[in-house]
Design a protein around this ligand. Structure first.
Ligand SMILES: [Zn+2]
Ligand SMILES: [Zn+2]
Length: 783
């Protein structure tokens, strides 16, 4: 009686490469005694599986639950199903050579943080990976950062320079091994090696570069470490002098430094570690999580919180993401340098520049900062920063999208009409490539302030279309003509003869949030620091009604002059004066001195605000936060990173709430004006100016300000929502403010609205490109 053998051919789509997908399929097929093969085909995986009909059906039915943890199966397409004639059966199951062409689906896998098994082996004296900083397996290791071409195979990665030793080759070829087809496999015999260089770039004569680097950090030195996606600077966070020196040398007086905690229990000792944060920290994404510091525990242990995270009581924490990170923290037997429970691991760059990737770049650009360089010879093909997340309104949300997240594609609800390259914004730039029903957002490129940063932009603009084999049919840019990203996009479009579509900044923010949720029509509260409106004013306190066809502006915050433009953004006190002048509040000597203004300064500001000379109108809510922070005395004189005054105002409000304070009700106004609803925070400034508060009232006023802005936001929605739209998207950089977001969300939900918050792309300018891609690539955005 003939055995009913069938051969089923499937194409599997989703996150299917670089996550141990093929080895897992091979393992379970062998376990089920089925024959066939599996093959990477430029983004899809082709599975040919052969056996008794019932067993094949059981195999396919159970497939989703048996996949590797990091895989995501979006689609299973049946290519063919045939009865196999006797004598033509396949024998065994194998992983076939990749097919480089033929298919159109490409995905570049994201980097995966060190898995538990590899961590254990690295610390196990009996393992051949003992003490080896480049240990990886199919469940972990670099992917995106070593990719030199597609599809993802060792021969097209930076690892191709390291031919496998016989032992590695055997594990690579053994279906029962965790390193079966692990493309980034390496060992102390055949893999990359560490080197230690001194400040002048000369090799340090040491038998153990890691141990020497650890000793140097313990001794107060700054060590540049070549990590997964670029260089990091490591110092001891308990060492006041070392931290102060690092701040000084990096010209970074205030922007927080992240720390790496040895493990979750250490993180939980110094910070309030929620279940959601712990889960994400320990996942293969392993971002930096911004956590509330346990102030007493930090102080008791001598952790220099005020130098790590000036003006706030939060701490950015990550876990060791590679064996190299782990081995920096953890001494091996015989190493006299004690374990580092915490280590500062901050970006290895100069201000305004992207992180260094090559040894030469680090030597040139970190010269004068790093005392030592812990280098290695596994090249970083593509730069990638650490991702940053925080828990807002009950969920972990992405604030900087890079390692672990990018470039995993976002799926859209409906296909785009054309392939689109979206150029993103000027600050916190990331670009996006949209095609079919996917948008691939690049890793964080950064602020486009320096030639080096622009080079970083040009690199992703070149690499993304090439790796995904997609020619952009349209280029999406911001409305603002002076942005570097806009200029690069226009040049690119004119060179390749494709149209440019301008997308208004806040429309892009809203569209990004809506795309994440697959929503085509919503109201959107977009609170931001800047962004050009079609009327030439600076927008950023917007209530938009967004549909597939575009948007209408339903409401905004009252416009106020921004005297000196960017100069006022840097000096929040100028903005406070402008707001007081705008409401006609008297500026007595008390307030003037408190704001650090001379009589002459004040005269200049009066002139600028009266005439509008060099004083564009701003509607941005971020600017209201700046001005209020200055008025109540919690803003820095000069802002040294974006949003700093608002971050400090939020910190003051949080400290007040921690102390059991109840936010006072501060006055604001909402009125209708020429078909729009206008929210006005002027009355709050008037009240505070009329009776200048003592410094110890700053926390209460900060809390009151948040509460009033949240109420004003809710009222904007309530007044504009007459059209019966009950879905509200929240986006823009101000929506990083946890207090504000949680109050707005609670208020809107209690009135029956559905609120949409960003999850996978940042609410700030790092998420803009997704929205630009959707608007310009869809039918709606066709100019
Ligand atoms: Zn592993
Ligand atoms: Zn080896």
């Amino acid at each position: 009686m003939p055995r009913d053998t069938i051969r089923l051919t499937l194409d599997l789509r989703g996150v299917v490469q670089g996550v141990g997908f093929r080895p897992t399929l091979a393992r379970i097929a062998v376990a089920d005694h089925l024959a066939g093969y599996v093959q990477n085909r430029s983004g899809t995986v082709r599975l040919v599986i052969e056996g008794a009909r019932a067993e094949i059906e059981r195999f396919v039915a159970r497939l989703p639950e048996r996949l590797p943890r990091q895989a995501r199966l979006d689609e299973v397409v049946e290519i063919s199903r045939a009865v196999v004639p006797p004598g033509e059966e396949l024998r065994g199951f194998e992983i076939a050579e990749s097919a480089a062409s033929g298919s159109m689906r490409i995905s570049i896998p994201a980097d995966l943080a060190m898995c538990e098994d590899c961590a254990r082996e690295v610390l196990d004296p009996g393992s051949r990976f003992f003490g080896y900083p480049f240990t990886t397996c199919t469940n972990c290791g670099p992917r995106y950062t070593v990719v030199e071409g597609m599809p993802y195979d060792r021969e097209r990665t930076a690892l191709k320079a390291f031919p496998l030793c016989p032992t590695c080759r055997a594990e690579y070829g053994d279906p029962a091994n965790r390193r079966y087809h692990a493309e980034s496999i390496a060992c102390p015999i055949c893999g990359p090696r560490l080197r230690l260089l001194d400040a002048g770039g000369a090799p340090v004569d040491t038998p153990d570069p890691l141990q020497s680097a650890r000793a140097a950090i313990r001794g107060g030195r700054i060590v540049a470490v070549r990590g997964i996606g670029g260089f990091l600077l490591a110092v001891n966070p308990f060492d006041r002098a070392a931290l102060a020196r690092l701040r000084d040398l990096k010209a970074r007086p205030h922007k927080p430094f992240a720390v790496m905690a040895r493990d979750l229990s250490v993180a939980a000792r110094y910070c309030r570690l929620t279940a959601a944060a712990a889960h994400l920290l320990a996942s293969p994404i392993a971002p930096i999580a911004i956590l509330d510091a346990e102030l007493e525990a930090c102080a008791a242990a001598g952790l220099q919180l005020e130098l790590l995270s000036p003006g706030t009581s939060t701490l950015g924490v990550m876990l060791p993401t590679s064996p190299l990170h782990l081995l920096l923290a953890e001494p091996l037997p015989g190493d006299p340098v004690a374990r580092f429970e915490l280590l500062v691991m901050t970006s290895g760059n100069r201000r305004g520049e992207p992180i260094c990737t090559t040894n030469e770049e680090a030597r040139a650009r970190l010269d004068g900062i790093a005392d030592l360089y812990l280098c290695h010879d596994r090249e970083i093909a593509l730069r990638n920063d650490d991702s940053v997340c925080a828990e807002i309104a009950g969920e972990m949300r992405v604030l900087r999208r890079a390692r672990g997240y990018a470039p995993t594609p976002m799926r859209l609800r409906a296909p785009l009409a054309r392939t689109v390259l979206a150029m993103g914004a000027e600050l916190k730039n990331a670009i996006a490539l949209g095609f079919d029903d996917e948008v691939v957002v690049s890793p964080h490129v950064g602020d486009l302030e320096t030639p080096e940063a622009l080079d970083g932009l040009l690199e992703v603009v070149r690499v993304f279309p090439a790796y995904f084999a997609r020619e952009p049919e349209v280029v999406a840019v911001d409305l603002h003509p002076d942005m570097h990203a806009t200029r690069v996009g226009r040049e690119l479009a004119s060179r390749s003869g494709v149209p440019v579509v301008e997308v208004q900044h806040h429309h892009a923010h809203a569209a990004a949030c809506m795309a994440e949720h697959g929503v085509e029509e919503a109201l959107a509260l977009v609170f931001d620091g800047t962004g050009l409106g079609p009327d030439g004013a600076i927008w950023g306190g917007e209530l938009l009604h967004v549909t597939r066809a575009g948007f209408t502006r339903e409401g905004t915050f009252a416009g106020v002059p921004l005297p000196g433009g960017d100069a006022a953004v840097r000096r929040p006190a100028r903005q406070a004066v402008a707001r007081l002048l705008a409401i006609g509040a008297p500026i007595g000597d008390g307030i003037r001195e408190r704001l650090g203004m001379s009589e002459e300064d004040l005269a200049v500001l009066r002139y600028q605000c009266r005439t509008g000379a060099g004083a564009p109108m701003t509607h941005a809510v971020g600017r209201a936060f700046d001005a209020f922070a200055a008025l109540v005395g919690v803003a820095p004189d000069v802002v040294t990173y974006e949003g700093q005054a608002a971050v400090w105002l939020e910190a003051a409000a949080r400290a007040f709430a921690r102390g059991g304070g109840v936010a006072p009700d501060l006055p604001y106004a909402v009125r209708a004006d020429r078909g729009m609803v206008i929210a006005d925070v002027g009355p709050m400034f008037a009240q505070v100016a009329a009776k200048p508060p003592s410094r110890d009232r700053a926390g209460a006023l900060a809390a009151g300000f948040h509460k009033a802005v949240a109420r004003a936001a809710i009222e904007l929605v309530r007044r504009a929502a007459a059209k019966g739209i009950s879905t509200v998207a929240l986006s823009g950089g101000v929506m990083l403010n946890r207090i504000l977001v949680e109050q707005v969300v609670a208020g809107l939900r209690s009135e029956g609205y559905i609120t949409l918050l960003h999850r996978a792309v940042p609410p700030g300018d790092g998420g803009i490109a997704l929205g630009q891609a959707v608007v310009a690539g869809g039918d709606a955005g066709c100019a």
